[in-house]
Design a protein around this ligand. Sequence first.
Ligand SMILES: [Zn+2]
Ligand SMILES: [Zn+2]
Length: 179
Amino acid sequence: MAAPIHLAYVDGPTPGWSDALVAGVADVFPNPIRASAVPLDLTPSFVPSRQQHHATLVLAALLRHRPDPASKILGIVPVDLFIPVLTFVFGQAQLDGPGAVVSTYRLRAEFYGLPGDEGVLVERAIKECIHELGHAFGLVHCAYYDCVMHASSTVDEVDVKGAAFCGHCVSVLEGKGWK
Ligand SMILES: [Zn+2]
Ligand SMILES: [Zn+2]
C-alpha cells in the first residue's frame, strides 16, 4: 500500500484552506492523505542572528510527531525558514526520507507588499508541498520548467511552474513502486 501522507499544520490551527490543499495534493498523489494541527514548539529552531528558523531543526522536531513508521509527514509552518548556505528556503525535505517541511511565509502575497490573496497562497502551497513530498518520495530536481520538481528560488518561479510531475518524474516514481 502507498505510504500515508500526513500534512501537519505546525504553530497554529488547521487553516480554512486545508481542504483545498489536501485536494491539490490528492490530484497528484494516490496515497491516503490526512491533515491535522500538530503542536510543535518552534522556539528551539529560531536563530536570533538571522531572525529565521533553521529548516533542518524544524524537520528533526517534526519527525518525532510522525504517526507511524510507514508514513510521510509534511510540516506546514508560517515562519521563515533557512538553511545555512541559503538566504531562505520555501521548504526542505529528506531525499527518499520520512519528512519534509514547507513555509508559507514567502508564499503570501502580503510578503511582497500586495493585498492578501488566499487563492494565490493555496496554489503556491500546493506546488511547494507536492515538490517537497516529491523529494521525500525520492525525486531530485527536474530540468523541465513546467514540472513541479523544477527548483524555485523565487516566488515568480513557483508561479510559472505547474503543479504536476512531468512524465520523466512519474516514471521515476513508478520505478520506486509509488503506484
Ligand atoms: Zn527542491
Ligand atoms: Zn519532472
